[in-house]
Design a protein around this ligand. Structure first.
Ligand code: PLP
Length: 348
């Protein structure tokens, strides 16, 4: 049987042999008592790497963002956030449901940013008519797009000057850092720290491009993380011998950051391979996620295309706008197979 090329998401990766060995060898304790050495080591490692006092290992990025919203904001507060941001649109309204914290969504510009004027206009004056504007949430990467560093500095400076807390949903922070490092001739960990330095809290997913099976970390000040720990408990996310999972995340930080450059090259290879196909409009990828819009008659064919690809062992998702994500378990031959299968469908 030919292997399946799964381009639906970068969450589908299998732990590597090295990662499994690190998990098997991890010393474990009960993290609710605070004595799982592997969890503590991971929390110290990611906090140190990103320049924060403390970090908290949580099961998912959704819970990490929830912990951040509920630790920065009180009932009756609001957070400013992009219309397409994960912590507004894709997390079932958790901040509102569990915390009575109102989101104030803001439309994105074409490059994924929120216009500074729109942020400023959305911040409410201190007046009993309004919810209290308490936090700005940015996301980097957003839909695979790298936010310009200068923009991140400007937006977070504006937020700080207005007295807002600043949270980064950095589920794919290391993809952003690798792309930014390539632009600047710098290294990824330096760039990750530079981006993170603009925020009061940062959430990072280990289960996306970093290739770990489970887990995210929330980073911030010691006080902030103490509040987040209570929210994690409330949300049912305080785990026991979770060092087994933390060891995988730790291994990923040591071995899987710089290699993301290959994922970015593969997304570009896929985009290059699809140039000139009638009915496909390819958006140039900046990191590991590539979007393809189906145009004209092809718009009616998206399910047919996905079925055609699946029958050839190539998995993708989307409707009208298809999404392809490259990751640890995709290689150049797999990308070429995807290109061939798509071209075959369009007889291009
Ligand atoms: C995947 C993702 C999350 C949430 O991660 P889960 O672990 O699936 O809950 C949060 N933010 C962004 C930007 C993501 O891509």
């Amino acid at each position: 049987m030919t292997t399946v090329i799964d381009l639906r998401s970068d969450t589908v990766t299998q732990p590597t042999a090295g990662m499994r060995a690190a998990m098997a060898a991890a010393p474990l304790g009960d993290d609710v008592f605070g004595d799982d050495p592997s969890v503590n080591a991971l929390q110290d490692k990611i906090a140190g790497l990103l320049g924060f006092e403390a970090a908290l290992f949580v099961p998912t990025g959704t819970q990490s963002n929830l912990c951040a919203i509920l630790s920065h904001c009180q009932r009756g507060d609001e957070y400013l956030v992009g219309q397409m941001a994960h912590c507004y649109r894709w997390e079932a309204g958790g901040g509102a449901v569990f915390g009575s914290v109102q989101p104030q969504p803001i439309s994105h510009q074409a490059d994924g940013t929120l216009a500074l004027a729109d942020i400023e206009a959305a911040i409410k004056p201190d007046d009993p008519h309004f919810a209290r504007s308490r936090m700005l949430a940015l996301e980097n990467t957003l839909g695979g797009k790298l936010l310009p560093m200068e923009y991140v500095e400007q937006a977070t400076t504006l937020a700080r000057n207005k007295g807002l807390n600043r949270h980064l949903d950095g589920a794919r922070l290391f993809n952003a850092a690798v792309a930014q490092a390539a632009k600047l001739g710098s290294d990824a960990k330096t760039e990750a720290r530079r981006i993170a330095g603009c925020f009061d809290s940062v959430s990072v997913c280990f289960s996306k491009g970093l290739g770990a099976p489970v887990g995210s970390a929330l980073c911030g000040s010691r006080d902030f993380i103490a509040r987040a720990r209570r929210v994690r408990k409330m949300a049912g996310g305080a785990m026991r011998q979770s060092g087994l999972l933390a060891a995988a995340a730790s291994y990923a930080l040591d071995h899987h950051v710089d290699r993301m450059a290959q994922d970015h090259q593969l997304a570009q290879r896929l985009a290059d391979g699809l140039q000139g196909v009638q009915g496909l409009q390819v958006e140039a990828p900046q990191t590991n996620i590539m979007f393809v819009d189906l145009t004209g008659e092809a718009r009616q064919q998206s399910q047919g295309l996905l079925d055609h690809l699946a029958a050839r062992g190539v998995l993708a998702t989307g409707l009208y706008r298809l999404r392809f994500a490259t990751h640890l378990d995709v290689d150049p031959a797999g990308v070429d197979r995807a290109v061939t299968a798509i071209r075959e469908f369009f007889k291009a």
